[in-house]
Design a binder for this molecule. Sequence first.
Ligand code: NAG
Ligand code: NAG
Ligand code: NAG
Length: 179
Amino acid sequence: MTGSLRLIGGACLALSMALVLIIDVNAESYNVGEASWTIPATTNELNYTSWAASINFRFGDELVFTYPYDLHDVLRVNHTDYDTCACGFPIASYSSGHDTIPLNDPGVTDYYFICGKPSHCFLGQKLKVSLVGLVPNSTEVDPQSTLNTPPSKSAAHLSTSLHGYIQLGISAALVLIVS
Ligand SMILES: *[C@@H]1O[C@H](CO)[C@@H](O)[C@H](O)[C@H]1NC(C)=O
Ligand SMILES: *[C@@H]1O[C@H](CO)[C@@H](O)[C@H](O)[C@H]1NC(C)=O
Ligand SMILES: *[C@@H]1O[C@H](CO)[C@@H](O)[C@H](O)[C@H]1NC(C)=O
């Protein structure tokens, strides 16, 4: 009786460890530019193009823009408006000073952001992010939606992780049961 209770406890522990670890490995959060969202030349040598090129962004990752909300803002725009620094028709706009933006639009590989304050975009405060890896299109059902976590890795990678973490959880549970 005690043994089977321990077994159930161990199995629950294994499952929750697996879930916690899966959520943990699922999506990355990137602080834009590693620092604040600002005009590159004013405070540092930051180049958002180079910064974005140094990272493999994946579907489900998120960008965090941090900035003084009275000095800057964040506009998500299309390709044309990114190139021309046009602020009039943003897809979305953010101005909290700490904006978290998930990269999880179905079928969207490229995301464009500019600052809407006069001349900031022309001075280089603009960011293009291109996703690598699997980007589910709108007709696909997200297999992870029941866990409320957007997938950031490819399906193959995810199932490998899942398998590995369940094994880890089961091993941990066995150690507990045996002890
Ligand atoms: C981007 O948006 C602007 C303003 O709405 C529009 O004039 C332009 O055609 C759009 N470009 C693309 C590539 O959708
Ligand atoms: C950032 O670097 C890219 C090349 O990596 C260059 O084309 C661009 O002019 C630079 N931008 C600024 C604002 O220095
Ligand atoms: C969207 O996904 C479905 C199912 O995976 C696929 O059959 C279809 O070709 C995809 N469409 C596009 C535009 O990629």
